[in-house]
Design a protein around this ligand. Structure first.
Ligand code: PGA
Ligand code: ZN
Length: 428
C-alpha cells in the first residue's frame, strides 16, 4: 500500500521547471518519476499546470502542481494498493474532475502515476518492462534518432522539426545504437566540411542553417554512406515535420523559417509523395496539422498504404481522438507521449486501441526531458517496435537508449530487435 507521495520542482533539459515525484510503499519500495514537457504542443493535450508567476522562472514554475501532489493527491492515495494502477489513476482523474486535467495538472497526475508504477514494480521484484508488459515482454524497439533539428526545436532556417534515421537493418538494439551514433558522427563531419555549424538543438540533433528543407535529407543520406551503411536497407528515414506549427488560419502552411512560401494541404501531400519517391522514408509524423482533419483523410487515402502516417499533435495520445481517427480513416499510426494524456492507464488504453485497429504506435519522449527512462521500459512492455527519443547525444536522450541496452542485456537470448518489421505496411 502507498505510504507517502512526495513531489518537488526540478529543472528539465531546457532549464525549465518540471515535476518530480517520489512514491514510497509500506514495504519500503520507492519509485521516482520525472515529467517531460513539449515545445510544439498539440492544442488538445492535457494541461500542464504552470504557476504563471512572472517573478519565478518567467511564469513557468510548477509549485501549484507540486502542492497538488503533496496535498490533495497524497492524502487521497495514502493506503491505496500500489499495484492497482487503474484504481490509482482513476482516483486522480476523479479528484481532478475535468476532461483535460486542468484542476490538478497533467504534470502532477502523470508524475504520481509513473512513480506508483515504478514502486509497485520494485515491490513485485520485477523490472518495469515486465511489470507493465508481462513476463514475456522481449521486443526491443527500432530507435528513430532525430539527427537534424528544425522547427520549434532549433534556431535555424529549417521549417520541419525532425529528421530521423532508423537503423532498420541492425540485428540487435545494441547494433542499432552503434549505427545511429556512427551516422551521427559522420553527419557532423559532413556538415563541417560543407561549412555548416554543428551545434545541436533541443533533442541533440544538429541544427545547421541549411539552404532548403530537402537538403537535410541529402546530408543525412551522405552521412549514412560515409558511415559505410546503405540507405534504406540498413538505415531508413523518418520525418516529423510537425506541421501544426506551420498551419495558418487561412488553411495554408507557412514556411516561416526558410523562404516564407505558403503551401496548401494538397501541396504538402505532394511534397511528402515526391520525397517518398526519392528517399527511403518509412514514417511521416504530423505531415499535416492537427487543425486539418480533412487534409489528413486525403493524405491517408493517398499515401497510407505506402508509409506510416503518425498522429502526434493530431491524436495527442487521447483514446477518444484515436477512436475518431480510426473511424474517419485518419493516419495509420499513433505517437505515444505519456504527458499528452497524463496517466499510465490512459496511455496503455491509447496503445491497446491503436493496436486493435491495426495502427502501429511509436513511443516518444518530449523536447523537454529529464533523465527519467520510463518510456524505454514502456516501449518494451507494449512491444511498440519503435521509439523516438532524440539523437544519440545529450544525457536526457541517452538515458532512454542506454536503458534499452540494459534491458536487451538482461533479456539475453530472449531479446528480439524489431527492425524493419516495425514499419511494414499491410499490403492493400
Ligand atoms: P515536442 O516535440 O515535445 O516539443 O512537442 C516532439 C514532437 O513533436 O514529436
Ligand atoms: Zn511530433
Amino acid at each position: 500500500t502507498i505510504q507517502t507521495v512526495h513531489g518537488r520542482e526540478i529543472l528539465d533539459s531546457r532549464g525549465n521547471p518540471t515535476v518530480e515525484v517520489d512514491v514510497t510503499l509500506a514495504d519500503g519500495s520507492k519509485g521516482r518519476a520525472g515529467v517531460p514537457s513539449g515545445a510544439s504542443t498539440g492544442i488538445r493535450e492535457a494541461i500542464e499546470l504552470r504557476d504563471g508567476d512572472k517573478q519565478r522562472y518567467g511564469g513557468k514554475g510548477v509549485l501549484k502542481a507540486v502542492e497538488n501532489v503533496n496535498t490533495t493527491i497524497a492524502d487521497a492515495l495514502k493506503g491505496m494498493d500500489g499495484a492497482d494502477q487503474a484504481a490509482i489513476d482513476n482516483k486522480m482523474l476523479e479528484l481532478d474532475g475535468t476532461e483535460n486535467k486542468s484542476t490538478l495538472g497533467a504534470n502532477a497526475i502523470l508524475g504520481v502515476s509513473m512513480a506508483v508504477a515504478r514502486a509497485a514494480a520494485i515491490a513485485k521484484g520485477q523490472p518495469l518492462y515486465q511489470y507493465l508488459g508481462g513476463a514475456d515482454a522481449h521486443l526491443l524497439p527500432a530507435p528513430c534518432f532525430n539527427i537534424i533539428n528544425g522547427g520549434a526545436h532549433a534556431d535555424n532556417s529549417v521549417d520541419f522539426q525532425e529528421y530521423m534515421i532508423v537503423p532498420v537493418g541492425a540485428p540487435t538494439f545494441r547494433e542499432s545504437l552503434r549505427m545511429g551514433a556512427e551516422v551521427y558522427h559522420a553527419l557532423k563531419s559532413i556538415l563541417k566540411q560543407k561549412g555548416y555549424n554543428s551545434n545541436v538543438g533541443d533533442e541533440g540533433g544538429f541544427a545547421p542553417n541549411l539552404k532548403a528543407n530537402i537538403e537535410a535529407i541529402e546530408v543525412i543520406l551522405a552521412g549514412i554512406e560515409k558511415a559505410g551503411l546503405k540507405p534504406g536497407d540498413d538505415v531508413a528515414i523518418a520525418l516529423d515535420p510537425a506541421t501544426s506549427e506551420l498551419y495558418q488560419d487561412d488553411g495554408s502552411y507557412l514556411f516561416y523559417k526558410s523562404d516564407n512560401s505558403k503551401k496548401s494541404s494538397t501541396e504538402m501531400i505532394e511534397i511528402w509523395e515526391s520525397w517518398m519517391n526519392q528517399f527511403p522514408i518509412v514514417s511521416i509524423e504530423d505531415g499535416l496539422g492537427e487543425q486539418d482533419w480533412e487534409g489528413w483523410q486525403q493524405m491517408t487515402t493517398k499515401l497510407g498504404s505506402r508509409v506510416q502516417l503518425v498522429g502526434d499533435d493530431a491524436f495527442v495520445t487521447n483514446p477518444a481522438i484515436i477512436k475518431k481517427a480510426i473511424a474517419d480513416g485518419v493516419g495509420n499510426s499513433t505517437l505515444v507521449k505519456v504527458n499528452q494524456i497524463g496517466s499510465v492507464t490512459e496511455t496503455l488504453a491509447a496503445i491497446s486501441d491503436s493496436r486493435a485497429a491495426g495502427y502501429t504506435f511509436m513511443v516518444s519522449h518530449r523536447s523537454g526531458e529529464t533523465p527519467d527512462d520510463f518510456i524505454a521500459d514502456l516501449s518494451v512492455a507494449t512491444a511498440s517496435g519503435q521509439i523516438k527519443t532524440g539523437a544519440p547525444c545529450r544525457g536526457e536522450r541517452l538515458a532512454k537508449y542506454n536503458q534499452l541496452l540494459r534491458i536487451e542485456e538482461e533479456l539475453g537470448s530472449k531479446a528480439k530487435y524489431a527492425g524493419k518489421t516495425a514499419f511494414s505496411r499491410p499490403v492493400t
